[in-house]
Design a protein around this ligand. Sequence first.
Ligand code: RFL
Ligand code: PHB
Length: 399
Amino acid sequence: MRTQVGIIGAGPSGLLLGQLLSRAGIDNVIIERQSADYVLGRIRAGVLEQVTVDLLDEAGVGARMHLEGLVHGGFSLLFQGRRHRIDLEHLTGGKSVMVYGQTEVTRDLMDARAAAGLQTVYAAQQVSVHGFQGARARVCYQTGDGAQASWQELDCDFIAGCDGFHGVCRASVPKGAITEFEKVYPFGWLGVLANVPPLSHELIYANTERGFALCSMRSATRSRYYVQCNLDDSLAQWSDETFWAELRSRLDPQAREQLVTGPSIEKSIAPLRSFVAEPMRFGRLFLAGDAAHIVPPTGAKGLNLAATDVKFLSAALIEHYRGQSDRGIDTYSQRCLRRIWKAERFSWWFTSLMHRFPDSAGFGQKVQDAELDYLVHSEAASRALAENYVGLPLDFGEP
Ligand code: RFL
Ligand code: PHB
């Protein structure tokens, strides 16, 4: 089989790239390790920057998001038992974010791909990538099981590694050609999805003695809550009752009263990590999204960074196939990394500010309290937070 761009991974990066390329007449095939249902079952991001919203519109998949998504012009920081609103709209000259779940973004992209009759291979096994440092790239994989198993080969001009943090693409790059930067945090997030009305119409990020908590949502009837937990906690330790009691203990008195609880429909623990791989292009192989970088979810930047990579990559490939120039391809890595490191910095900072660290009782905690107090009382500090939260510009001018 042959295609112009072989895309590894049918997460938001891979599906969005496929959609943008197809709309520009560029042939692509997506190879995904899991089933479509499995991909849709992962509950992850909830907050989209305007850049991501615009890109989904450009890809022709924004209609349901505009109908069902919730536009948020602010959020609250809760510390020392009180809530303080960060007015995103006022602080950024009218900008806001869109609360619309990653699951729904993925579903919209999958539906558009199916409607256009584009090819996605789900449940592909033993996926491997070859030849990307030379003239022709190749993807090999197995379909079917047992007697039905068969090997497939996909010849392509380019490979897009959209296969997430544990994917095969980054792992296939020779060790000497890649540099990795990593920071692992000493805690995780326990997330619960429940069909209960959200506690507040905006998100609440809480810094409390018992650890961080986040009150988020998916709709007027579905809530998403998180509490900071230990890395070695197991889901078995966290019954629904234990979770709701812990969350309630991290809220202010009014929120405690307003919290509506109910049975969880999903519960998972995610470790927190900052990670960047440089560069993001190796000959005919490009990395995009979580395959190249991870941020802790505190700043809500992961999916948004993935969307920006895809914006730069699709533009570069379209420019190439139109015979205009290879400048986008040559500068892909540099352009992406410049924005990525700013989001890495913000996510690390916001994570450090909002969580309890095992080794920073006393001095570290006092500094956190002082910074939070400063943040909500200084317009300049609030604006810096707001500006990063709604998303920095795509280009920053000459370095
Ligand atoms: P994904 O979503 O991991 O998709 C990668 C796909 O590749 C497949 N794959 C393979 N396919 C073929 N062969 C192989 N060898 C393969 N190995 C893997 C996988 O099955 C999968 O389908 O990466 P992608 O597309 O780059 O998307 C990135 C986002 O998923 C991620 O950045 C966000 O979810 C991060 N994130 C958030 N981002 C935001 O922008 N806003 C948020 O509010 C936000 N909240 C979150 C988050 C992530 C969280 N977790 C669980 C880490 C909240 C949480 C709790
Ligand atoms: C979510 O709704 O899942 C969510 C929202 C904001 C974050 C992280 C996750 O910062």
